[in-house]
Design a protein around this ligand. Sequence first.
Ligand code: NAP
Length: 335
Amino acid sequence: MIPATGREVRLVARPVGEPDPSDFELAQAPVREPDEGEILVRNEWISVDPYMRGRMNDVKSYTPPFKLGEPMEGGAVGTVIASRSKIPEGATVLHGLGWREYATLDAGSARPVDPERAPAQAYLGVLGMTGLTAYAGLTEIAPVQDGDVVFVSGAAGAVGGVAGQIARRLGASRVIGSAGGPEKAAKLTKDFGYDAAIDYREGELERQLSEAAPNGIDVYFDNVGGDHLRAAIAVLNTYGRVAMCGAVSQYNKTKPDPGPDNLFQAVGKRLTLRGFIVGDHQKLMGEYVQRASGWLREGSFHTEETVVEGIDNAVDAFLGMLKGRNVGKMLVQLK
Ligand SMILES: NC(=O)c1ccc[n+]([C@@H]2O[C@H](COP(=O)([O-])OP(=O)(O)OC[C@H]3O[C@@H](n4cnc5c(N)ncnc54)[C@H](OP(=O)(O)O)[C@@H]3O)[C@@H](O)[C@H]2O)c1
């Protein structure tokens, strides 16, 4: 049965600095029946991600800004409840119309996924964009070579939680992670397979990193930017490589920090600092999913999720993720 209405989260004001719950509105909207070639999906899992903060600003970027007064977009997984396409009713699909309970969309922009192979929400995390980001960064952008010492920031998060484990499988001899607070730092070595952990809230990042990597680092997977990038440049070895994945420490700043004051070391050390966007590396998805599914089946790949229930708590989940309230992938489960 197709419901008459469903709830959706709209952006109603552009945040300045840290977003406020009043920048968003939970609204009731009519559910549209699918036209020819379309499907109607009941969303079961929606993803909240740091990049969405950038889409709340009215600036030119690699993705267009969210429109004010309209539902936001983002990764979602759900069940097809009506179809006028080749995708049958009952199929589980991954698509880009999150932040709402029901989505009517072109079948061509949805990807059927197999919930028998992995839990449906894994396609938003370890077997989806998140996992692929870590894999692309460590294979194509700053390729890990045998014996490398690898440093990952944001190491207890969605991308960082898998990045360290992937680095190890690619041949890293030592993997160091950083996260905020003693509990998360402890989890890095206990659960996420890191050899050494840094609690960045203790400060003195460069000293902590030098102690954790007495012979320097060869690869830095940067999720955080700012002071983390500065410390990594200081400790990187000659010909070191940096995968510039994100800069979450800067997203809520009205005036972002200036670039690292030691950037000139990149010359003497012949460093490579390279940014990337996961969408450009979709061709790796098949290879990555095959490898990651194997690691998951063996039980040797540790993943975690932080699950918030209900669309009415989706904004809290997003704001909490930016403050570090998640371990592993932050997800919203819709009933
Ligand atoms: N390039 C791409 O295509 C691509 C794709 C996906 C994600 N990304 C980027 O990858 C990074 C991680 O994304 P994710 O989805 O895995 O998110 P996540 O790490 O699961 O969640 C965000 C984390 O950021 C950390 N954080 C917040 N403020 C911080 C600060 N001031 N300093 C240090 N850490 C801070 C928090 O962890 P703590 O508790 O440790 O502070 C929080 O858990 C983000 O920068 C994101 O933009 C890039």
